[in-house]
Design a protein around this ligand. Structure first.
Ligand SMILES: [Mn+2]
Length: 424
């Protein structure tokens, strides 16, 4: 669904005076407002191809209607999000759920919506119907070499698809691990996994990155072969300069200090990418910023400070993606909320004066340190985020517009009520 440019202008015009009033209230409080706005315009967050349909749990799944029927529909949905917020200019494909058929037409369609292809994702956590060996007892860690080889071959095939699409990174998330004590020799599982990752690493093109994603538990409940950032960092370090750790916010044990993890990985030059979501208990895959927006802000504070310390470009030097599941909300609306939450946290982090904070720290002024962070966090930066969106050609209020234009109703008419998107 394409939204005409004149329609966007028309929708914005109605809201413009209200927007200007709010912007004029906050802009004078920001030291480097033009710089902040430009950074917000540049910052893009990839949408995964599996997040556009209704998600579910192992207990059930409730369709929302008008779900994308194929990869073309998914690209169209991300294109729509990007037209509204001008911040979702990339799509991340999952293989084999979204194997591109006609590569040229897929690339042309994405280009039409101004989208690029972000990281490609492999899948060795499920068995596919035409697959020879089962991943029931793991993939790269498996005791049987034939299973390990199958997982390696699959990842190399994913890289091949990525090359055709113009992707420049591979994300490997392994569900490998063990459900019960004694099931696995930890050292052998690690060594097999490392060996497999090495084979995959060798197939990476020169300009590519490999992201090794970790997860604390599930589907294995006793041990995971890439269970935390330490293990991921070990693999990434042993693999070489193209391998990095990927942080998925929901993949930690409760109350983990994720901002500290981020800071240290950045220091070591081994933070590669991010999967955004929020959680209350575990890997809940909830809307970004819906449960703990302060933590998200603290993470962005470390990201901005750590990237600036290394002279990195915020928008392009790390991979940014949403990885959430939309079980009861319209995925399009949910994704708009997530992107907005990310941009708000980023904008707040950009308000922090690093020198002032360093000075307070050097004087052990703990109270002032907290005040500096919370002043930024309690600043209403929403007009800045809206202004960046406006300047980039998007709409002032994306969520309101999806309802005004009855997007879901239109999609149901086009695609039907009973469609089911591929994915989890
Ligand atoms: Mn993830």
């Amino acid at each position: 669904m394409l939204i005409e440019k004149f329609k966007i202008e028309e929708l914005n015009n109605e809201l413009l005076s209200d927007h200007r009033r709010k912007l004029n209230a906050v802009a004078p409080l920001v030291r480097n407002v033009e710089d902040v706005l430009q950074k917000l315009i540049d910052f893009q967050i990839a949408i995964p191809s599996w997040a556009l349909g209704a998600g579910g749990t192992r207990f059930g799944r409730f369709s929302i209607g008008g779900e994308p029927r194929n990869l073309e529909d998914k690209i169209e949905d991300v294109g729509l999000l990007h037209a509204l917020n001008r911040s979702s200019g990339a799509i991340s494909l999952h293989i084999p759920w979204d194997i591109p058929g006609n590569i040229n037409s897929i690339r042309a369609l994405a280009a039409q919506y101004g989208l690029r292809f972000d990281a490609v994702n492999s899948n060795t956590f499920q068995d596919q119907p035409d697959q020879q060996h089962s991943y029931k007892f793991g993939s790269l860690q498996h005791v049987d070499k034939a299973v390990r080889q199958q997982a390696i071959d699959h990842n190399i095939e994913v890289i091949r698809h990525g090359i055709e699409l113009g992707s420049e990174s591979l994300t490997v998330w392994l569900s490998d691990g063990s459900c019960f004590p004694g099931q696995l020799n930890f050292r052998k599982a690690f060594q097999n996994t490392l060996e497999g990752l090495h084979e995959i690493y060798k197939a990476l093109p020169e300009n590519w990155k490999m992201f090794v994603e970790y997860k604390a538990y599930e589907p294995n409940f006793y041990s995971m072969s890439v269970g935390d950032w330490g293990q991921s960092y070990l693999y990434a370090s042993k693999l070489g300069p193209k391998a990095y750790t990927l942080v998925d916010l929901g993949h930690h044990l409760p109350n983990a200090n994720i901002e500290q993890i981020v800071s240290l990985l950045l220091m070591e030059g081994k933070l590669g990418g991010f999967h955004f979501n929020d959680s209350k208990y575990g890997d809940d895959d909830l809307t970004v910023g819906s449960i703990n927006p302060y933590q998200l802000f603290l993470i962005f504070n470390e990201l901005v400070e750590g990237m600036d310390a290394k002279g990195m470009t915020h928008a392009t030097d790390l991979g940014w993606m949403i990885d959430a599941s939309h079980n009861v909300k319209d995925p399009l609306e949910d994704l708009l909320q997530s992107v907005e939450a990310i941009k708000i946290a980023y904008a707040q982090a950009l308000l922090i004066d690093a020198n002032e904070l360093a000075d307070a720290r050097n004087n052990n002024d703990v109270v002032r340190c907290q005040e500096i962070l919370q002043d930024a966090y309690r600043t209403d930066v929403r007009p800045l985020v809206a202004e960046a969106r406006l300047r980039a050609g998007g709409v002032l209020r994306p969520l309101q517009v999806t309802r005004q234009l009855k997007i879901r109703e239109q999609l149901i008419k086009q695609r039907g009520l009973k469609t089911v998107a591929t994915g989890l």
